[in-house]
Design a binder for this molecule. Structure first.
Ligand code: ADP
Ligand code: ZN
Length: 437
């Protein structure tokens, strides 16, 4: 498969490191001069650009947190005059202010470059038709994929999310070969196809899917691949850094190559902030080495993952990151026990007769103890008239396995297929009603 930027994507570790150090030094000077917030932080840390001689010096630099972005909302971290800002995106911001991403035209060009690398890595060429069902608008998914697909010269269908019946019709009519959307929306499309009893192999031409923007698992990959008859690959990104196109899986399907020449990664202990040895799981921290409008120094993503140091058969030398294994901040405290929704998901998906759709509902009735219920859809094979005793056995088994995995018992309710609301973008897995009571 062609490599979009072979010079950078396959360069030696020594060359890459030299480039990273040079860019980091330049970035520190740039931020010190242009952003009062960073000027102050860098002064406090006692670091000047000449202090950056190797990647080890990265540790001396201050972190940037989500809370800094909130405090500086909307434009406190801009490093260019307002008139040089070409576009603004923002992430959902369910709590408080949304997170802003600002771009100069150079930043938009960089986004196109990393998205072209990503889509090429998935095998997309100018001969492909990309059905882009990521949401268009302030969310970075839609326009991010759009610009990369255009850069490659593919045909883009900017359908955005929603109106699933129409999505299926357009997939068929336009003969799309590539599907891009969230993994949960890929499953919603598969459900619609099943409902119409459409023969995927005969009627659709999909070959590959580039899915991301939310956590998913190997089991979901298998299911999507089987039902949509395509290769499903993972893509990672976040608004603060650029949007999608920070890292992308190649055909080896073992982690996502992270574009290190422009996004410098570290893994740190989320509690202490200390860098962890290569290969260990911790919080991903990213520094944008070449951005102009809103570069970030050591941004704490709150995503838990690890870097996979081995070289890759695809020929790329840039490091791979594992799947996102959870967020450091999405931890639920249930009856005093720390619970990560990812662990719930992994446990549920390992049990036969369950579908991949579930919701965790947390309530605090009458302001007392938290009541948690997990609703999980059964697979279609449990739909045929099954004796209630069998259903109850399955329900008990799910409760038992969850208790084993989490160390706390949680009530489980089995529901029929399609009873859990589908999302057009990111799936909403945790419904926390505690603030409402
Ligand atoms: P938000 O979700 O906060 O509104 P974004 O839309 O920028 O903001 O989403 C970025 C976040 O989405 C990442 O920090 C990560 O938690 C999640 N994410 C993105 N891509 C993936 C992926 N491939 N796998 C798991 N999680 C992902
Ligand atoms: Zn590879």
């Amino acid at each position: 498969m062609p490599i979009w930027n072979a010079e950078l994507e396959t360069c030696s570790r020594a060359e890459l490191t030299a480039l990273q150090v040079e860019r980091l030094r330049r970035l520190v000077g740039y931020l010190q001069e242009r952003v009062p917030f960073y000027h102050e932080r860098l002064t406090r840390a006692g670091v000047s650009p000449d202090a950056i001689r190797s990647l080890d010096d990265l540790r001396r630099l201050p972190f940037t947190g989500k809370v800094d972005l909130r405090d500086q909302y909307p434009f406190g971290l801009l490093a260019v005059p307002r008139e040089r800002v070409a576009r603004i995106h923002a992430s959902s911001g369910t709590t408080g202010n949304p997170t802003v991403g600002a771009y100069t035209s150079e930043d938009l060009a960089l986004w196109g470059e990393v998205m072209a690398r990503s889509l090429s890595m998935a095998g997309v060429t100018e001969r492909d038709t990309v059905h882009n069902a990521y949401g268009y608008g302030l969310f970075t998914g839609g326009l991010g994929v759009h610009v990369g697909a255009e850069r490659i010269g593919a045909t883009v269908v900017p359908v955005s999310g929603g109106l699933t019946r129409r999505q299926v019709k357009l997939l068929e009519d336009f003969g799309a070969t590539v599907l891009t959307c969230t993994p949960s929306y890929a499953l919603a499309i598969a459900d619609e196809i099943a409902e119409q009893a459409l023969d995927v192999r005969a009627r659709l031409k999909l070959r590959v899917g580039v899915f991301g923007a939310e956590p998913w698992t190997e089991r979901m990959r298998t299911e999507i691949e089987h039902r949509l008859h395509l290769e499903a690959l993972n893509i990672y990104g976040l608004t603060e850094i650029i949007g999608p196109g920070v890292a992308q899986e190649c055909e080896a399907k073992r982690g996502m190559h992270l574009f290190e020449d422009v996004f410098l990664p570290e893994i740190v202990d989320p509690e202490t902030g200390e860098q962890l040895p290569l290969g260990e799981v911790g919080e991903l921290v990213l520094t944008t080495l070449t951005k102009e409008a809103m570069p970030l120094l050591r941004y704490r993503t709150r995503d838990r993952t690890r870097l996979l140091p081995e070289c890759c058969d695809c020929g790329r030398t840039q490091v791979r990151m594992d799947r996102v294994l959870g967020r450091t901040d999405d931890m639920l405290v249930i009856k005093g026990v720390n619970v990560f929704p990812q662990l719930i998901e992994r446990t549920l998906l390992a049990i036969p007769h369950l579908g991949p759709h579930y919701q965790i509902i947390i309530d605090r009735p009458r302001g007392t103890v938290d009541a948690v219920e997990i609703r999980v859809e059964m697979a279609a094979d449990m739909l045929e008239p099954v004796e209630p005793a069998r259903l109850e056995d399955l329900r008990r088994r799910v409760e038992h396995e969850l208790a084993q995995a989490l160390g706390v018992s949680i009530r489980v309710k089995l529901v029929g297929p399609r009873e859990i609301p589908r999302s057009e973008g990111k799936a909403k897995r945790v419904i926390d009603r505690r603030e409402l009571v």
